[in-house]
Design a protein around this ligand. Sequence first.
Ligand SMILES: Cc1cc2nc3c(=O)[nH]c(=O)nc-3n(C[C@H](O)[C@H](O)[C@H](O)COP(=O)(O)OP(=O)(O)OC[C@H]3O[C@@H](n4cnc5c(N)ncnc54)[C@H](O)[C@@H]3O)c2cc1C
Length: 479
Amino acid sequence: MQPRSLIGSLRRIVGDRHVLVDPMELRVYECDGYTLEKSPPEIVVLPGSTEEVRAVVELLFREGIPFVPRGAGTGLSGGALPRGASVVLCTSRMTRILDVDPKGRRVVVEAGVVNSWVSRAAAPYGLFYAPDPSSQPACTIGGNIAENSGGPHTLKYGVTTNHVLGVELVLPSGEVVWLGGAAEETLGYDLLGLVVGSEGTFGIVTKAVLKLSKLPQETATLLAVFSSVDDATRAVSGIVASGIVPAALELMDRKIIDAVEAAYGFGFPTDAGAVLIVELDGRPEGVSAQLERTLAVCRTQGARELRVARDEKEREALWKSRKRAFGAVGRLAPNYCTQDGVVPRTRLSEILRFVEEVGRRHGIEIGNVFHAGDGNIHPILLYDERRPEEVEKVRAAGREILEACIAMGGSITGEHGIGVEKMEELRLLFSEDDLAVQRELRRVFDPLERSNPGKIFAMPGGCVETRRATRLGACKLGA
Ligand SMILES: Cc1cc2nc3c(=O)[nH]c(=O)nc-3n(C[C@H](O)[C@H](O)[C@H](O)COP(=O)(O)OP(=O)(O)OC[C@H]3O[C@@H](n4cnc5c(N)ncnc54)[C@H](O)[C@@H]3O)c2cc1C
């Protein structure tokens, strides 16, 4: 089928307005939050229902055309980068919350529903949706499921996979299947568990049944100010070693504190080496006992100042400062790359010293804001994409940081996925045999590798990957 007749057929399925081909409009879709690589699609399709997704995918399957699923495009590993496929299927019109079942503590949503809308819909019933990526005012449930996203509160509550009961999935052939459902336990292989975290390589999630949690009776939120990152990381280990499981335990270093202060003026001391935001929740008696112990640990580790939020307004202000930290980084440099590595919690000081050393050696500035309780670091590497030598330095520094995470017994991603960013680094963790098995598993769902090709695993032939170029040519329809 010629591109023009393909566009005509797509328009008949989803309506004229929902097929984008204007190069200016397509620029929006040339990358996600990972901006080191860009590649504009040729066509973006915006289906409005499962039936439209099914019909579009079936047409593409018949024509032998691969596609890239996309939610809000906030991903940080290039998962929604249209490389290797020139058609993007974006769920931004599939935004209906179909059912809230407070008794069963469940909600049924379309894939394009924004994460924070779920908790908002559940709040009148004293419930909330626990996975809370810092991007939650924008990112979609479909994207969260594809990346198995975490967030500050997943330290206590678990990541996305612990809160998804079922998904409706359009397979790359166009067949619609339901995996899991309303019940907590199902018989047989955990196919739902496989889909969560599959980064769009198994097809497109169109609906999900999500588990809701009860809002805690009591919450205490603490800001602990330290002179050094070392003191703060020792406090992190001390709090967890004392038997407390905080709802959240987040760290920001000086560079990030400066950026957040300059952007929003929350009142952080700008001479601090690091701050911790610790949240405790549960029954009132338990929370106050845990708060006393947490304060004691922070004092022992040299906290200069301890501020407990006095009311919901102060608590919200603290969380705003944390969740808007990435936005504030925009003031520091034209571009930034957020790395995502994991180390055992006890090695946080070591890895952060290494990150500092890597930055010094490559001459790039790096700030840190991350889920310290999980040992999930997010070094933010600042650069200017107009300077190719800086782009190369960022890539090299990122790789060194990930290698160090592995050497310390950790991993190359805590929550942002492999996407295109870490396909090479995946080989540092898995043997060729391991990777071959994983690829076989992918082919159970997608035998022809039509859904999000060239992600997680390199493409077999077809569009050639080059790690050097910043802007790649699109993979042409019919190529
Ligand atoms: C400021 C900022 C803060 C962030 N904080 C966090 C954080 O705290 N924790 C965290 O885990 N992540 C975080 N992220 C990363 C990102 O927000 C998450 O990965 C999020 O889940 C992506 O959702 P999205 O809708 O934007 O997906 P996209 O970026 O559009 O897509 C991400 C991946 O999912 C696939 N996909 C999208 N929709 C579907 C679907 N319906 N079916 C199948 N596959 C699909 C895409 O193909 C792609 O591979 C942050 C990002 C930013 C920019």
